[in-house]
Design a protein around this ligand. Structure first.
Ligand SMILES: C[S@@+](CC[C@H](N)C(=O)[O-])C[C@H]1O[C@@H](n2cnc3c(N)ncnc32)[C@H](O)[C@@H]1O
Length: 263
């Protein structure tokens, strides 16, 4: 199968985030454009980004109908659960960067080896949870997700140990976290590519819910998609739900944050 430069580039970018594109491509092709081309040409990523942006501006005007938007919101949990049924534990890469990128995991401790209580909100199948438990032996992690199937995968993981973690199903925008976690008991909350999956109108509900379980002075570590990420630019016409908010082919949605939205 021939690969257009655009598709090939999106595959490269996706692989970095463990986020796969909806287009079917032959990934073994590296940087060649087509098997007919007798030489390999390096793709200029900057040029591709500009092409993406230009195409995106044009195809960005039409919004998904209100009827479909309501259906997507109603079926949000089902769509994430089906996502994990299709992909099981193979989609996202293990996130081995948390202790490196979030130095607060060290600095929030009053003394070395202080046992931290953490909440991994929207934990998926544990790609952040298990590497962290492996690296830091002085931590207890509550882990919750919307998708019952994802939680099941977490509990089936050979590294799941009730002495160091507790996984449970929960809709962050609806189910009180205090049903599973004592109020004011958590030192650190991580939100890794999770808020973006929640409808922007409901994000404050998730934040308020988290606020109930976090200790005074505790911290929230947040990492998510940014405005004009390649993941955003590769959405085609008919995928836009609202300002910076898009739907993938499988019905899961993603918001793209701008700096300042959280200040
Ligand atoms: C992009 S995945 C990220 C998963 C995981 N944090 C990781 O980094 O691998 C987004 C996750 O958010 C979860 N999610 C979406 N809406 C949620 C909600 N309202 N409450 C709890 N989890 C939610 C989904 O089920 C999915 O597992």
């Amino acid at each position: 199968m021939n690969i257009s430069p655009l598709e090939q580039n999106s595959m490269d970018i996706c692989a970095e985030e463990g986020d796969k594109p909806t287009v079917e491509t032959n990934t073994s092709c590296g940087t060649c454009f087509s098997s007919d081309v007798p030489f390999q040409k390096k793709v200029d990523k900057l040029e591709l980004t500009r092409t993406y942006e230009a195409q995106h501006t044009q195809s960005d005007i039409m919004l998904v109908s209100e009827f479909k938007q309501l259906k997507l919101e109603k079926e949000a949990q089902k769509n994430w659960d089906l996502f994990y049924k299709r992909n099981s534990t193979n989609f996202f890469k293990d996130r081995h960067w948390t202790t490196r990128e979030f130095e607060e995991l060290k600095t929030c401790r009053e003394f070395e080896n202080q046992r931290l209580t953490m909440l991994e909100a929207g934990c998926g199948v544990g790609n952040c949870l298990f590497p962290l438990l492996e690296e830091d032996h002085h931590i207890f992690i509550y882990a919750c997700d919307f998708s019952p199937r994802a939680v099941q995968f977490v509990k089936q993981n050979p590294c799941y140990n009730p002495d160091t973690c507790k996984a449970f199903q929960c809709d962050l925008t609806k189910d009180s976290l205090t049903d599973n976690i004592p109020a004011d008991s958590v030192d650190v909350v991580t939100l890794i590519f999770v808020l973006s999956a929640i409808h922007p109108d409901k994000m404050p509900l998730a934040v308020e819910n988290i606020y109930k379980v976090i200790k005074p002075g505790g911290c929230v570590l947040f990492r998510d998609y940014g405005f004009n990420d390649h993941a955003m630019l590769r959405f085609k016409t008919g995928n836009k739900l609202g300002e910076n908010f898009y739907v993938r082919q499988d019905g899961t949605r993603s918001y793209f944050f701008t700096t300042g939205e959280f200040c």
